[in-house]
Structure formats: structure tokens, C-alpha cells
Design a protein around this ligand. Structure first.
Ligand SMILES: [Zn+2]
Length: 106
């Protein structure tokens, strides 16, 4: 594949995601927040973010992932590289997971 040319900001789903994330609060935006802001389904957010991460890198920016954590025991999924929400806690097996949040930083 040839090098993709990033589309103009704001004109695509990814541009809209980038704009939302650049404006994100300190605690970031979750996939659910982003799906509502951009108008895509929550399950499609992670795929777009993976691509967006690459185009951000090319601009010298970074997609910061604020890790998911377990509501039950406080376990933090800090080593997790996937952008989706974990299914259950490996420590206490609780399915009550506070999902990862994202923002763009330089
Ligand atoms: Zn737990």
C-alpha cells in the first residue's frame, strides 16, 4: 500500500474523532462518548482509533490511552494495548469495568 494522505480535518469520521479528542477533557473520552459525538457505533470506535493513532504520529501527536480499571477491586489494565473495553477483571473476575478513555496530546 502507498502512503495514505490524511483527509482534511473534520471532513471524515477520523477527522471528527481527531477534533473531538483534541478537545477532550483531562479524563479523556470513552468509546461511548466518541460514538455519541461523532455518530458512529461504539464498536467501530477502536478500529478508527487504531488508524487515527498512525496519522497522529505522523503529525507529532500522540493518542493517549487512559487505561480501563475494575470498578470492583480497582485493578488497572495499564499494560493492555488494545483499545477496546476488557470483558472482565483478571483479579476479581468482575465484569464491571470502567472503560478506557482517550485523548490527543502532543
Ligand atoms: Zn477487579
Amino acid at each position: 500500500m502507498s502512503t495514505p494522505v490524511p483527509p482534511p480535518r473534520g471532513s471524515t469520521v477520523r477527522g471528527a474523532l481527531e477534533a473531538a479528542l483534541a478537545d477532550a477533557p483531562e479524563h479523556g473520552l470513552t468509546a461511548k462518548d466518541l460514538s455519541a459525538l461523532v455518530g458512529i457505533s461504539e464498536k467501530d470506535v477502536a478500529g478508527h482509533l487504531e488508524h487515527l493513532e498512525k496519522s497522529l504520529k505522523a503529525q507529532g501527536l500522540r493518542l493517549e490511552v487512559l487505561p480501563a480499571s475494575c470498578i470492583g477491586c480497582g485493578f488497572t489494565f495499564k499494560d493492555r494495548r488494545r483499545l477496546t473495553r476488557p470483558g472482565a477483571c483478571p483479579e476479581c473476575r468482575s465484569p464491571r469495568i470502567d472503560p478506557p478513555a482517550f485523548r490527543v496530546t502532543s
